[in-house]
Design a protein around this ligand. Sequence first.
Ligand SMILES: [Fe+2]
Length: 183
Amino acid sequence: MPTATQIIQSTFALYEQHGADDYIGEAITQLEHMSQAAQLAMAEGFDDEVVLAAFFHDIGHLCGEGHANMGGYGVVSHERLGADYLRRCGFGERMARLVEYHVQAKRYLTLRQPGYYARLSEASRRTLGYQGGVMSEPEADAFERDPLFSLSLRMRQWDEQAKEVGVPVIDLQVLKGKALALL
Ligand SMILES: [Fe+2]
């Protein structure tokens, strides 16, 4: 049974090993992207579990190596792989679900928010088909009733904003400390 410290080491090692890879189809790295998402959550005063959900939201692209690929745009079902990875680490269900829902939020917004699809990046549009496409009306109604619905849409906004070139990466020691405190 690994200790909490070992779990944190191996989780962050994924970022240290693969974080320099391109954030698929965008001009920044995976690490820069997820770091910016976490910084946006922090800037809005969210709790550490949410900050870390933002930081881990695409961890499925890092831990899912060898899984099927979305036509060169990342790992199929990366949101579920990521959420399951975090559950296995021992993080809480709220964090895991927020990671899982960042794709549901995109599917939801393509249905319910006019103009949303047109604003998506090329990569996000290309992957939508692999992710189940535009959400159905009944799925969207059910998603709206989920207690994490609003927060999931907020996460999605950070995800989309977190694509700025030249923003310094967050101090990973700070995030490691926060993650350790949650295990
Ligand atoms: Fe993302």
